[in-house]
Ligand binder design. Structure first.
Ligand code: ADP
Length: 442
C-alpha cells in the first residue's frame, strides 16, 4: 500500500479492538501520519496566523491614523463647500488627477452671453501642500443619497492632515471665504428660489449705478432716503416691538425702470436681491413662507409682477388646480416674516388696479410710488446721458417731442432709440416718430 492510502491494517493493530479505539486510531492515522493532511494543517495554521497578523496591522494602523491624523468633513450643504472648491481650483500647490468642470453662464441685458469654466477638483483623492503641511482632499459623491432640497447628489469633501497641523483648516477656510467674497465685491448677487432654498443665479452682476436709472425729479432720492432711514432705525422698531420690515410697491407701465431701479438701489446699499416669481407653478404657500423667512442676509426681497399671482389664481381655480400661492398665503407670508434682521420687500406691478386693497395695508406695503412713462424731465435727462453735453440738440429733440404730442413713451423706448443711434443724435432726432409705436423694431 502506498503512503497516499489509509492503512486499515495499521489502524486495526494500533487500536484496542473496540469501535471507539478504532475511530480514534483512524483519525490519528489520517491527521498525523498522512502527509497531505499534515501539510494542509500547516498551511491552515499559517493562513490563520497571517490573517491575524493582517488584522493586527489594520487595527494598529487605524489606531495610529486616529492618533496622528485629523479629518475635517465639509458637506455639500455647507456654505464653505463651494468656497473651498473654488479656492482649490485656483490653488497652485496641488496634485489633482480628477477634475470636473463648473460652467457659469450669464446672459446680459443686451442678450450677450458670457461663460466661465472653473476646473474644480472632481470626485476622488487629491493632495495639496498648504503652508508646509501635506493634506489629502477626498471628494466623495454618494451614489444613492440625493440632497432633497436641490436634487443634486449629496457630496462631501474630507480634508485629512497631521493632528499637529489641524489649526491650518480654519486658516484655509477663512482664505477660501475671503476669496469668494472678494469676487463679489462691487457686485450684486441675484438669488432665485430653488426648491425651498435661495441659490445665486448666474455670476454676481456688476452694480448698477443709481444715477443710470432716470426717474422723475426727486423720486429716486425720495426712495433712497426712505430706505436708508429705515435701515438706520432698527433700535426704534425693536424698542416699540414692531416687526422690523418695510414694504415698497413700485407701480406703473412696463419699461419705466422699476426693476432697474431696484437693482441700482441694491447696489447703492451694498445689498443683494432675492427675486421671487409668484406665478411660478410649483410655488406653494408653505414654500413661499419658508423662503420669505430664510432670506440671505443683506438682501432685498423682490416680488415681481405681483398682480400675476392673482390672475393665475383665478385661472387655476377654473381649471381645478390646487397648487400655487393663494392670496391669504401671500398675506400670511408677508405678515409672518419674523426676522431679527431688517426685511425690505419691493413689489412691482404694471396693474395696480388688480391688487386687492388688503395687500396695500401698512405693514405689507408702507410706501407706494408711481413710476410712470417718461416725463419731459426724464426725456431731457436721458438724451443728455446718452449724448453728453449737447444742450442745443437736446432742445431740438424736446421741441419735436412736444410738437408730436408724444405722451405715452416709456424710458425703455427712449433707451432703445438712443442705443440704436448711439453715435448720431441727429439721426435720433429724425427718427423720433418711431416712439409713437411702443413696439417699434429698428
Ligand atoms: P420695468 O421693470 O419698469 O418694466 P425695466 O427696469 O425692466 O422696466 O427696464 C427695461 C429696460 O429699459 C432696461 O434695460 C432699463 O435699463 C431701461 N430703462 C427703463 N426705464 C429706465 C429709466 N428710467 N432709466 C434708465 N433706463 C431705463
Amino acid at each position: 500500500m502506498n503512503g497516499q492510502t489509509i492503512d486499515l491494517e495499521k489502524i486495526k493493530n494500533s487500536s484496542d479492538g473496540t469501535v471507539r479505539g478504532m475511530v480514534s486510531a483512524g483519525i490519528n492515522e489520517v491527521m498525523v501520519n498522512n502527509p497531505y493532511f499534515a501539510a494542509g494543517g500547516g498551511l491552515m495554521l499559517l493562513g490563520t496566523a497571517l490573517a491575524l497578523g493582517r488584522q493586527g496591522v489594520v487595527k494598529s494602523s487605524g489606531f495610529i491614523y486616529r492618533q496622528l491624523l485629523v479629518d475635517l468633513e465639509i458637506p455639500s450643504k455647507d456654505k464653505s463647500y463651494l468656497w473651498f472648491l473654488e479656492w482649490m481650483s485656483q490653488y497652485k500647490h496641488r496634485s489633482s488627477r480628477h477634475l470636473s468642470v463648473e460652467t457659469n453662464y450669464l446672459q446680459h441685458d443686451n442678450g450677450a452671453v458670457t461663460t466661465k469654466f472653473s476646473l474644480v477638483p472632481g470626485p476622488g483623492k487629491h493632495f495639496i501642500k498648504y503652508r508646509g503641511a501635506y493634506m489629502m482632499v477626498n471628494r466623495e459623491r454618494s451614489g444613492r443619497l440625493l440632497d432633497m432640497t436641490s436634487g443634486a447628489p449629496f457630496e462631501t469633501v474630507t480634508l485629512t492632515t497631521l493632528y499637529r497641523d489641524r489649526h491650518l483648516f480654519s486658516d484655509m477656510l477663512a482664505e477660501a471665504k475671503k476669496l469668494a467674497l472678494k469676487a463679489r465685491e462691487g457686485k450684486t448677487v441675484i438669488y432665485t428660489s430653488w426648491g425651498p432654498e435661495w441659490r445665486p443665479f448666474g455670476q454676481p452682476r456688476k452694480k448698477r449705478v443709481i444715477g443710470s436709472v432716470i426717474l422723475d425729479k426727486g423720486v429716486s432720492q425720495t426712495i433712497v432716503n426712505d430706505v436708508k432711514d429705515f435701515l438706520s432705525s432698527g433700535e426704534w422698531y425693536h424698542t416699540r416691538g414692531i416687526p422690523y420690515r418695510r414694504g415698497y410697491l413700485l407701480y406703473g407701465p412696463p419699461g419705466s425702470g422699476k426693476t432697474s431701479f431696484i437693482q441700482a438701489l441694491a447696489g447703492e446699499l451694498d445689498y443683494n436681491i432675492c427675486i421671487l416669481n409668484l406665478s411660478e407653478a410649483n410655488l406653494t404657500d408653505d414654500r413661499l413662507n419658508h423662503l420669505m423667512n430664510h432670506i440671505p442676509e443683506r438682501s432685498i426681497l423682490l416680488l415681481e409682477d405681483i398682480d400675476a399671482a392673482f390672475n393665475k389664481r383665478a385661472q387655476s381655480d377654473e381649471k381645478g388646480y390646487t397648487s400655487g400661492v393663494t392670496f391669504s398665503g401671500l398675506l400670511n407670508a408677508l405678515d409672518g416674516v419674523a426676522s431679527a434682521e431688517e426685511c425690505i420687500t419691493f413689489m412691482t406691478t404694471n396693474h395696480p388696479e388688480k391688487l386687492d386693497p388688503a395687500l396695500l395695508r401698512p405693514g405689507r406695503v408702507d410706501f407706494k410710488v408711481l413710476i410712470d412713462n417718461a416725463t419731459d424731465h426724464q426725456v431731457k435727462e436721458m438724451f443728455l446721458r446718452f449724448y453728453g453735453d449737447e444742450p442745443e440738440l437736446c432742445n431740438e429733440f424736446m421741441a419735436k417731442f412736444k410738437k408730436l404730442q408724444l405722451t405715452h413713451v416709456s424710458t425703455a423706448q427712449l433707451q432703445g432709440l438712443f442705443v440704436y443711434n448711439k453715435r448720431d443724435p441727429h439721426q435720433a432726432i429724425s427718427m423720433i416718430e418711431t416712439l409713437r409705436n411702443p413696439n417699434s423694431v429698428f
